[in-house]
Design a binder for this molecule. Structure first.
Ligand code: NAI
Length: 533
């Protein structure tokens, strides 16, 4: 029967009593019926004792209002001059100008492969010939065009973006040469810096900083806020998203009197407390300026006071630590093995590469958050299968090793060995070797995150009549944007929300959320019509 792939210039119009496209307000109004099942796990049921567990079906109705016009978007990257930051920049410039470049194997053209928003599709439904029809995400709900994003950011290194691209050794020299006239004019803003939070080996590149005692933390915060405002004004931007793609920091302490609530955090900044990290300063500045903040590294930027501040200001935040190559593979492989009833006993994974981020992780203190982040990425998949993992707390033996190998630069090598028990305890071993430039995996995530944060900031929602009084107000989505968990190693969630690591579940959640915005039911892959009669 085949499938139909709609092109990227298509716009879908959902024809349903539940959906209205309002002109000229430019708003999509959709009523969405959310069906789910509720389980009452009684005493003893989770401990394996025979018992009847009651399950009931529930339906809640929500009304979504989504402004259909994307805003003129600015993206500020913290760590703009790094490998990721400079690769994002090159991709935007090259795609915008249609620059092609020569390599020894032929001429290359720019693309946005690796992004969900620009290079993947979602199933819309079936056509009258029974064919699956697929369309890009932007056909469902209009999204910002990545080539239209205006770029800026901060870096402790003052190199302009052309030189930063050359330093990164990610992209071809012929491309960088052509982008140079524009990239040379892009110079990172001065960074909030505290040498106690990143490795000493980064000190040599720190020539573009606000540092104590010349700057207090409050002055750094004020300057970061002014930077955001000036960027917005100078480029007539309607919206700005800030993404941390700077080096992993050490953990900062969490204490009630230091950062336990928004007030204490702001007071600690005022008092110039040494334990307020630069990343928390950037996050606070973004929140106070109403800009979503995305944390691409594993450190605990979102201390309790920072979370409360985001809630108070209704600003979207998302974290922690980009989920790029190896972790994605890991969560897919665990879904496959454990989902098929095969018991993973050991997972041993090695990375080696030689980029600056890896160099800074050679410092043991900085490695701690990364190690914790990399180790926890399969917990939900293991915990979901009590047939295989029946003992309390039982987990596969999970070993994570990383090594700095200078010669390899950004080219990450990842070797992973999974040893499992199959039918009648027969062993099953898989060894996977990946090799890819680290930033080629990560840069697309940054663009997607900025584009999707802009989308979800346009969404308003309210529970409908049956569940709440008609008068209930439309509100923004909860500030903790766990719908973007797909992009994060350790998704930041609300205390009452489970952390989902499974890549399949994460992707379904994002896609079904986008379908809900236009009143479409969640994708269930049943194709039931074809299976009956
Ligand atoms: P990089 O070392 O090339 O770039 C980081 C940049 O941040 C550097 O230019 C550095 O000068 C700058 N920087 C450090 N502290 C700063 C501060 N306080 N303010 C402003 N700038 C500061 O690293 P890369 O490869 O671009 O990675 C960036 C981050 O993304 C790292 O934290 C890494 O852990 C995270 N990440 C990267 C992944 C990938 O590349 N595949 C995957 C997951 C996370």
């Amino acid at each position: 029967v085949g499938a139909v792939a709609l092109s990227s210039d298509v716009t879908l119009r959902v024809e349903s009593d539940d959906v209205r496209y309002l002109e000229p307000e430019g708003e999509i109004r959709a009523t969405y019926r959310h069906a789910s099942s509720h389980v009452r796990v009684g005493e003893g049921a989770d401990a394996g004792a025979p018992s009847v567990v009651r399950v009931s079906t529930t339906e809640k109705v929500f009304e979504f209002r989504t402004k259909s016009k994307p805003r003129k978007l600015g993206l500020m990257q913290v760590g703009w001059g790094g490998n990721n930051g400079s690769t994002v920049t090159a991709a935007v410039l090259a795609n915008r100008s249609g620059t092609t470049w020569a390599t020894r194997t032929g001429t290359q053209t720019p693309n946005f492969f690796g992004t969900l928003t620009q290079a993947s599709t979602m199933r819309v439904g079936s056509d009258d010939k029974g064919r699956d029809v697929f369309a890009p995400m932007s056909a469902f709900v209009p999204l910002v065009e990545p080539t239209q994003i205006v770029l800026s950011g901060w870096d402790i290194s003052g190199l302009n973006l052309k030189d930063a691209m050359l330093r990164a050794q990610v992209l071809e020299p012929d491309l960088i040469r052509q982008l140079a006239p524009e990239a040379e004019k892009m110079v990172p803003l001065r960074a909030a810096y505290d040498e106690s939070f990143i490795a000493q080996n980064q000190k040599v590149r720190a020539d573009n900083i606000m540092e104590s005692p010349a700057y207090t933390k409050r002055q750094m915060l004020e300057q970061l806020r002014a930077d955001i405002r000036e960027f917005k004004q100078a480029n007539a931007l309607e919206f700005v998203v800030v993404v941390w793609t700077a080096n992993s920091e050490r953990y900062s302490e969490v204490r009630p009197e230091l950062n336990g609530c928004a007030d204490t955090l702001l007071a600690s900044i005022e008092k110039n407390d040494a334990e307020v990290s630069p990343s928390t300063l950037y996050a606070v500045a973004s929140i106070l300026e109403g800009c979503p903040y995305i944390n691409g590294s594993p450190q605990n930027t979102f201390v309790p006071g920072c979370l409360e501040l985001a809630e108070q200001h209704g600003v979207l935040i998302c974290g922690d630590d980009f989920k790029s190559g190896q972790t994605k593979m890991k969560s897919v492989l665990c879904d496959y093995l454990i989902g098929c009833g095969i018991k993973i006993k050991t997972m041993v994974t090695y990375n080696h590469l030689g980029n600056n981020d890896m160099y800074q992780l050679t410092d043991g203190v900085m490695w701690k958050p990364k190690s914790a982040s990399k180790s926890r990425v399969i917990e939900d998949v293991v915990q979901s299968n009590g047939q295989l993992y029946s003992q309390p707390g039982e987990m596969p033996d999970h070993v994570v090793v990383v090594k700095y190998v200078e010669f390899l630069g950004d080219s990450k090598r990842d070797v992973s060995e999974y040893t499992s028990e199959g039918f009648m305890n027969g062993h099953y071993t898989s060894i996977i070797h990946n090799s890819c430039l680290d930033s080629i995996l990560c840069a697309p995530l940054i663009l997607d995150l900025a584009i999707l944060a802009e989308l979800f900031d346009r969404v308003r929602v309210r529970p409908c009549a049956r569940d709440a009084p008609e008068s209930s107000e439309f509100v923004k989505m909860h500030p903790i944007l766990s719908v973007l968990s797909f992009y994060m190693k350790i998704p930041l969630v609300r205390p009452e929300e489970p952390i989902i690591n499974s890549l399949n579940r994460q992707k379904s959640c994002l896609e079904n959320m986008i379908r809900a915005l236009v009143g479409l039911p969640p994708e269930n892959h049943l194709l039931l019509d074809t299976k009956i009669a």
